[in-house]
Design a protein around this ligand. Structure first.
Ligand code: AVJ
Length: 326
């Protein structure tokens, strides 16, 4: 299917979303609530309100990752273009608003761009705007869950694929899952392909804790919004005011953990099922893993990706790796 935008440019749309996805979501959610300790996948944060709150997190003064990664991309765009080389097909995993890739397009001048995202309307909207703003670029959009098995859409010229995975989204995976995910990319991409990936770095604990406990309370609202989503989308019978936001750095596992803490002993209902929370018991909502440069290189190497280049900011808050599929 080809979707025309208001200019003469078009986005080639590939629908790869599995049918009946919402049923699987409900099952996955309930499974996490039944587990001990209770847990929920971070993907449940991203309903419309959650996506808006995440965008607001990105501009909080304490939340350094977004602005730092964007500064690195801006400063290193020409160097990145040199290592990426000519005639690349940029493939963005979880492209969202396709905002960060704009920092690279003029320097890298890829022949085509493929944005992959699970949120169809968001994806179509942002890739249409990208196609309108960069008329020389062949723009494709694939609605798919990139954490599942994927195939390359047909009709996409792919002589030199370069995957782009910014934002330290890889940090939501546990290290063994991250390795498995990279192995999946390894089998999808031909040898010589590139992977440009943003990875948040291990740093002073106070900086990490502040980034996930911003003074304006936006991260807290983002975490607590999950409970609103349970109420509205999954027949949740609960009072969000009886839960509190908790985020802290777990040093032994190099990760930020986010939880929703039950302030009282209580029973809630979700999709007709009953769940008991002791006072102080938590629902573990997110892990955000941090890496050293060497630690991430070693993980990537185990998945068959070799380090070719690295960029960081002067304060060593964030890293962008260019890896080549061996
Ligand atoms: C989108 C996973 C990179 O871990 O920093 C931000 C999500 N959660 N604040 C992160 C998030 C709370 C973010 N990632």
């Amino acid at each position: 299917m080809t979707v025309m935008s208001n200019t003469a440019t078009a986005v080639h749309f590939h629908d790869q979303q599995p049918p009946a996805a919402s049923l699987t979501l409900r099952d996955e959610l309930l499974q996490g609530l039944r587990a001990a300790p209770k847990r929920s996948s971070p993907k449940f944060f991203y309903d419309l309100r959650g996506s808006e709150l995440f965008d607001r997190i990105c501009v909080q003064p304490e939340y350094y990752p977004t602005r730092t990664e964007e500064a690195i991309l801006r400063d290193a765009a020409d160097d990145i273009a040199d290592v990426v080389g000519k005639d690349a097909t940029l493939i963005e995993l979880g492209s969202g608003a396709s905002r960060k890739v704009r920092l690279l397009l003029e320097a890298v001048r890829p022949t085509s761009y493929l944005g992959i995202d699970i949120s169809r309307d968001f994806l179509l909207d942002s890739t249409r705007r990208l196609a309108a703003d960069y008329p020389w670029l062949d723009v494709h959009a694939a609605c798919a869950d990139f954490s599942q098995r994927m195939t390359m859409p047909s009709g996409l010229a792919c002589d030199h694929p370069v995957a782009f995975f910014p934002g330290s989204s890889i940090g939501n995976f546990a290290p063994e899952e991250a390795e498995c995910f990279l192995r999946g990319l390894h089998s999808l991409l031909p040898s010589g392909s590139g992977l440009l990936i943003g990875v948040d770095l291990i740093k002073d604990e106070a900086i990490l804790n502040a980034a996930y406990n911003d003074a304006a309370g936006v991260t807290a609202a983002f975490n607590l919004n999950l409970l609103e989503r349970l109420r509205h989308e999954f027949e949740g019978d609960l009072d969000p005011a009886t839960f509190s936001h908790q985020a802290f750095y777990n040093e032994s596992r190099s990760r930020i953990e986010m939880h929703l803490v039950s302030d009282i002993d209580q029973t809630i209902r979700v999709s007709g099922e009953v769940f008991h929370f002791d006072q102080g018991e938590t629902l573990h909502t997110e892990n955000s893993y941090k890496y050293s440069v060497e630690g991430f290189r070693a993980l990537a190497a185990r998945a068959g990706f070799e380090s070719r280049a690295l960029w960081t900011d002067p304060d060593k808050l964030f890293s962008i790796h260019y890896l080549e599929r061996a």
